[in-house]
Design a protein around this ligand. Structure first.
Ligand code: UFG
Length: 334
């Protein structure tokens, strides 16, 4: 059985779905602080009795022990974390306690119950301000916010837990994750939403806020920030391949997940107009604090070692995100 922490959230739920569809037994462990019960219901409905949900908190070791005690856990995929950069600057205690202490409890439960494989949701934010583009895995890791630092600390802890306790980990450093399940059963559902694509798409619905474009004076081809948008379904595949890698005796390692190509905010905006067929209103705003001008992944290592081959385009991601957003608006507005 695979334990998926944070499986009620955006990326965790898509991963749980892929595992369920591949026939794995899956237990989602989530405290529903940012995830949704509706997402859990969707996973339950799709599963063939190979899905369980534990409403639990990683900061509560007893709940973790109970879950490890009752389940036959072969490996863990760990998503549960707070992930808003801006919030982490305002309230670092929340990020350090939840992300780092929560992961320590999880790793200690793994030690106690002899579970020795974990795939961890890390981030490009562990690199900080890029010193070269594209960013490969040997790029210096100097995070510029508590969110990035919390994820880097966990990466370091995982190295020590491998050396001392033989727990093998794969750390996947995500760039900008985009899109939704192609069948629109799941999608991105954050409250508040801070990400680019859902914010552009949301702005096309009635009674919604005008889309705000942060920063048009960067030293890039059209003045807006460049990001590497990786499709959620492609991203999830890398988690399944990482499990396979660990099951085959793979050593502790870390991989970037991105496409090796970047798009500006204006390009993303134009593609959203194309996909929705709408003229979308935009307010241009000053730069958002802490946004690097350019973030693009070198994904060679994941391709070579995990045999990962992302296939979907940015337009695919925007199409699936738009379909999901339409469903979500219907659910919210009836
Ligand atoms: N942007 C807007 N308007 C919005 C939202 C975003 O103009 O309403 C711009 C941002 O300023 C940025 C780009 O769109 O230039 C992308 O912003 P996102 O918030 O979608 O994504 P980030 O690149 O800021 O964040 C991503 C991950 C984080 C991770 C970070 C690493 O979502 O978890 O990369 O730097 F920490």
């Amino acid at each position: 059985m695979i334990l998926v922490t944070g499986g009620a959230g955006y990326i965790g739920s898509h991963c749980a779905l892929a595992l369920i569809e591949q026939g794995f037994d899956v237990t989602v462990f989530d405290n529903l602080s940012t995830g949704h019960l509706k997402t859990i219901e969707t996973l339950k409905n799709i599963s063939q009795n190979n899905f369980e949900f534990v409403n639990g908190d990683l900061l509560n070791s007893e709940e973790l022990d109970k879950t490890f005690d009752s389940g036959n856990i072969d490996a863990v995929i760990h998503f549960a974390a707070f992930s808003q950069v801006g919030e982490s600057v305002k309230d670092p205690a929340k990020y350090y306690r939840n992300n780092i202490c929560g992961t320590l409890n999880l790793l200690d439960a793994m030690r106690k119950y002899n579970v020795d494989k974990i795939v961890f949701s890390s981030t490009a934010a562990t690199y900080g301000e890029p010193v070269r583009i594209p960013i490969d895995e040997t790029h210096p890791q100097n995070p510029i916010n508590p969110y990035g630092f919390s994820k880097l600390a966990i990466e370091k802890i995982m190295d020590d837990y491998d050396r001392a306790y033989n727990i093998k980990s794969v750390r996947l450093r995500y760039f900008n994750v985009a899109g939704a399940d192609a069948k629109s059963r799941l999608g991105e559902w954050h409250d508040p939403e801070t990400h680019l694509i859902p914010n552009i798409l949301k702005s096309t619905f009635a009674n919604s806020k005008t889309f705000r474009m942060f920063g048009t004076d960067y030293d890039t081809k059209d003045g807006t920030c460049v990001r590497d948008y990786i499709n959620i379904e492609d991203l999830v595949q890398a988690h399944l391949l990482s499990l396979e890698y660990l099951n085959n005796g793979g050593k502790t390692d870390f991989f970037n997940l991105g496409t090796k190509s970047g798009n500006t905010v204006r390009e993303v905006f134009a593609l959203c107009e194309k996909v929705t067929g709408k003229d979308i209103s935009v307010e241009t705003k000053p730069r958002r604090e802490g946004d690097p001008a350019l973030l693009v992944a070198d994904n060679t290592k994941a391709k070579e070692i995990l045999n990962w081959h992302p296939e979907k385009t940015l337009e695919d991601s925007i199409k699936s995100a738009y379909q999901w957003e339409k469903n979500l608006q219907e659910q919210i507005n009836g």
